[in-house]
Design a protein around this ligand. Structure first.
Ligand code: DX5
Ligand code: ZN
Length: 221
């Protein structure tokens, strides 16, 4: 099992003060920055691209930037994100014509690679690519928006993917994204996640340190 990572999703941050918001969550104990990229095509929403990632690096952000691509097609944008300072790049198999090729493309640009499974995507998609991945990201909401409720069947899916990762013997992270809160993170961790994305639960709170602290305490309890 990997160390616990809390990755606030900046989708719920105040975009008018993004640099400051990211500084504040990192100061409050966040480990990574989760960076949601939506294209109004693969998902029905439109957010931010490589320029904003680069701007955060120029602003002085040194923490890992965890880029979650909800875009189709994926491959063309990968080099731009690598150049912009992405640390990890994750994508949805439905948005890539050749999943194995996209994984290798991400790695060839010096980034870690993750595959994202939507709530209804079968875990068998991992069968022939798992050992090439640095991370599996399970969506616990349908992608496109922050502030949705955690879909309970994801807990069983987490348990099954945890077993696959353990059987592989590789240091692959298991990330969860969608509806993660201080009051459900303990059961999500018990089901096998080690990397936790939380958007609204953190950015809608008045005290970032308090909510990140209580999430970490709940995971380690
Ligand atoms: C949804 C995004 C999530 C989202 C999570 O498509 O991938 O990262 O921001 O937001 P919350 O934590 O509010 O569910
Ligand atoms: Zn995300």
């Amino acid at each position: 099992m990997q160390s616990t990572v809390i990755a606030p999703s900046i989708l719920s941050a105040n975009f008018a003060r993004l640099g400051e918001e990211v500084d504040n969550v990192l100061k409050a104990g966040a480990d990574w920055v989760h960076f949601d990229v939506m294209d109004n095509h693969y998902v029905p929403n439109l957010t931010i691209g490589p320029m904003v990632c680069e701007a955060l690096r120029k602003h002085g952000v040194t923490a890992p930037i965890d880029v979650h691509l909800m875009v189709e097609p994926v491959d063309r944008i990968v080099p731009d994100f690598a150049k912009a300072g992405a640390s990890l790049i994750s994508f949805h198999p439905e948005a890539s014509a050749h999943v194995h090729r996209t994984v290798q493309l991400i790695k060839s640009h010096g980034c870690q690679a993750g595959l994202v499974l939507n709530p209804a995507t079968p875990i068998e998609v991992l069968d022939w690519v798992l050992e090439d991945l640095d991370m599996v990201l399970l969506m616990s909401v349908n992608p496109g928006f922050g502030g949705q409720s955690f879909i309970p069947s994801t807990l069983e899916k987490l348990r099954r993917v945890r077993q696959m990762i353990d059987r592989s013997g590789k240091p692959i992270r298991l990330e969860i994204d969608g509806g993660v809160k201080a009051d459900n993170i303990a059961e999500i961790a018990a089901a096998g996640a080690d990397t936790f994305v939380a958007g609204s639960a953190i950015f809608n709170a008045s005290d970032y340190a308090e909510v990140i602290g209580s999430m970490k305490a709940a995971v380690s309890a």
